[in-house]
Design a binder for this molecule. Structure first.
Ligand SMILES: Nc1ncnc2c1ncn2[C@@H]1O[C@H](COP(=O)(O)OP(=O)(O)OP(=O)(O)O)[C@@H](O)[C@H]1O
Length: 637
């Protein structure tokens, strides 16, 4: 069974070290600008072995200061970079932990030089492979570890335009990336070569490197157009029962350079490549952000690069990021971006585990790792895992005896230690789960609240719509009611004020103050109000009128005496008012005022207000609305 084991627990080491930070180193390459348009201006200044400054020559106040785990200046050697940042993590591979080293930075800043180097100046990759081979050999021959043997394999892929290409077997194009049940990332069908000597490695690597996609851009004659990922697997096999197996993976990654196409002069296919490069690097920065913020979803799957790095970043690996930067002033913005990205990455905490696989069934000989492919198909992988699960699960009752038997064959001290380890791991995972669940619970509660508030907002919106519709219906009914007012037989003391009239009533501030529209059930209170305040009150009550105009079901009563007084006042004005005074009436303009004066000169005084309908252009309906408007104004004032 492949089992995740916290290495520090397993080896009884310092507990603090059970989580590992991504180590971030920055390497400055030497000045190489032959043109020197503005003279030799450097945008980076090294301060000490960990810190540097970046200077904006256009505004020197913008000088920024950064501190990293290591800063390698422009005169640093390949050896210094390797021994300072990479060599210390190699030993982890031999005890089943994963590790990754990746070079990040703008195009032409020295990533390939750092990772690969040249025959005269070998970089991290050849040095690491050489040392791993030596370490494995040395470990196999030590007296303590004689029951273990080591085997080392290599695979080499490039991610070009979001396709995973097998550099050891170029016909394997666009390979899938999968995750097994233990969250290991693997590439089914990927070629795997066993390397017993450095010469084995050299041969495969040289051939494969020629398959890598490189091209010339304005900034770099041999610019890497893809992300190159070298995978070195160290397998530690126990030669005696229970035939355990530990696998440590080392990813050595030379990322394609982040590019500003205005400066690279990229066009056509170069531009397309550049788009893919920048977008996967952008996803990488999103992944870093998400990890740093502890977000529940890390967008690993948004690009092939981040998917492949999933168990190297925030996963089960020790990670070292070497940010390559260039000193020339023209690189200022690229350098600033790279340094900011590096500063973000520094906060990621990785949790190293060793991948232990215990083969419980008796095996006559230990199988050598396959020299061909990493895992033929995902389904086969799944099937295999399932079988292993069934065979090995110590919790399964069918296998419990077998498990105990195997334990019994071990040294009692080892058994005790294993049981202790199991206990620690169980307690640890419960604790981890609790720690994780607290912020998660809070997030869930917030999310629930937010969802509830969204529902409430929707409900209120619906309600608002409903009310608006009702208001529109009411409006149109009142319109009708208005129009047919003259046809309705109305008690002299009853005046139906349309709701729309409310606007008219309240159109003056004064009216607003004194007109109160009360619901029917408040009728008694309303009567009291009349008595107490002596105010003119308009009462809403059920209409006695029949017909469509009454569908609304309300009309307004006005006290009879007030109504009478108002009518008399209007009639007086009609019979004695000057043009100016007539114009003070509602709905009477200059033209109508002059008509009224002319009419009464010819016909004598108006007998009733309704006589106005004899005037040209004054229909019964208009007169009715004239009366209504003026009575309301007078009542209100
Ligand atoms: N530390 C260094 N010392 C000497 N030369 C260097 C150093 N770093 C880089 N160079 C040189 O600078 C040039 C560009 O470097 P390199 O190709 O490694 O950049 P890169 O970051 O990999 O670029 P790209 O992303 O475009 O592939 C090469 O000629 C390389 O030899």
């Amino acid at each position: 069974m492949a089992k995740r084991v916290s290495l520090m627990d397993y080896h009884g080491g310092n507990k603090k070290a059970s989580t590992a930070r991504v180590r971030v180193a920055v390497r400055l390459r030497p000045y190489m600008d032959k043109e020197e348009v503005n003279g030799k201006r450097l945008c980076v200044r090294g301060l000490d072995s960990q810190s540097l400054e970046i200077v904006n020559w256009r505004n020197q106040l913008e000088t920024m200061h950064y501190q990293f785990d290591a800063f390698y200046g422009n005169d640093s050697t390949q050896r210094e970079v390797y021994t300072g940042s990479v060599y210390p993590i190699l030993s982890k591979l031999l005890i089943g932990q994963n590790a990754s080293v990746f070079a990040y930075g703008p195009t032409g800043a020295g990533k390939t030089h750092t990772m690969q180097g040249s025959p005269g100046q070998p970089g991290i990759i050849p040095r690491a492979v050489r040392d791993l081979l030596q370490m494995a050999r040395a470990a196999s021959s030590t007296a303590d570890d004689e029951t273990w043997t080591y085997s080392i394999t290599m695979s080499y892929v490039e991610i070009y335009q979001e396709k995973v290409m097998d550099l050891l077997e170029p016909k394997n194009k666009d390979l899938p990336i999968r995750e097994d049940k233990d969250h290991n990332i693997l590439i089914p069908g990927l070629t795997q070569k066993t390397i017993n000597t450095f010469a084995d490695f050299d041969e495969h690597f040289m051939l494969a490197s020629q398959n890598r996609t490189v091209a010339s851009t304005k900034l770099n004659d041999r610019s890497s157009r893809s992300h190159a990922v070298l995978l070195i697997k160290v397998q530690k096999n126990q030669q005696v029962v229970p035939y355990r197996q530990l696998t440590g993976k080392l990813y050595l990654i030379d990322l394609a350079g982040s590019e500003d196409n205005r400066r690279t002069g990229n066009q056509g296919i170069r531009l397309k490549e550049s788009g893919a490069i920048n977008s996967s690097l952008f996803t990488l920065s999103k992944v870093v952000d998400a990890l740093n913020q502890g977000l529940p979803r890390i967008p690993y799957r948004d690009s092939k690069l981040t998917r492949l790095l999933q168990d190297s970043l925030g996963g089960s690996a020790h990670s070292v990021m070497i940010t390559n930067i260039a000193p020339e002033e023209k690189y200022y913005f690229d350098t600033l971006t790279a340094l900011n990205f590096a500063a973000k990455s520094k906060q990621i905490i990785n949790k190293p585990f060793c991948q232990e696989s215990t083969q419980v069934t008796v095996q006559p000989t230990m199988k050598r790792p396959r020299d061909d492919v990493e895992a033929p198909t995902a389904s086969r992988q799944r099937k295999k895992s399932k079988t292993e699960d069934n065979e090995e699960s110590p919790n399964s009752s069918a296998n419990a005896t077998q498990y105990k038997l195997n334990l019994a064959s071990l040294d009692p001290a080892v058994v005790e230690r294993l049981l202790k380890l199991d206990k620690i791991l169980t307690e640890k995972s419960i604790k981890d789960a609790q720690l994780l669940s607290t912020p998660k619970r809070e997030r869930m509660a917030l999310l629930k609240k937010w969802e509830e508030s969204q529902v409430e907002i929707e409900r209120l919106k619906e309600r608002q719509k409903e009310l608006e519709q009702k208001a529109m219906v009411a409006e149109s009914r009142l319109e009708k009611s208005d129009n047919s007012l003259s046809d309705c037989s109305v008690n002299e003391s009853t005046f139906r004020a349309p709701l729309r009239g409310r606007n008219r009533i309240t159109s003056t501030a004064k009216a607003k103050k004194i007109v109160r529209v009360l619901p029917l059930q408040d009728h008694n209170r309303q009567q009291n109000a009349i008595l107490e305040e002596g105010l003119p009150v308009i009462e809403k009550k059920k209409s006695k009128c029949t017909g469509s105009e009454n569908e609304l079901g309300w009309e307004v009563n006005i006290r009879t005496d007030l109504l009478q007084t108002s009518r008399e006042k209007i009639l007086n004005l009609l019979n004695a008012g000057s043009v100016k005074e007539l114009k003070s009436l509602q709905k009477i303009g200059d033209k109508k005022a002059k008509l009224i004066v002319g009419w009464r000169e010819v016909n004598g005084p108006f007998k009733s207000v309704e006589d106005l309908s004899s005037l040209d252009g004054m229909s019964v309906k208009l007169v009715s609305s004239f009366i209504k408007a003026n009575i309301m104004t007078m009542v209100a004032s």
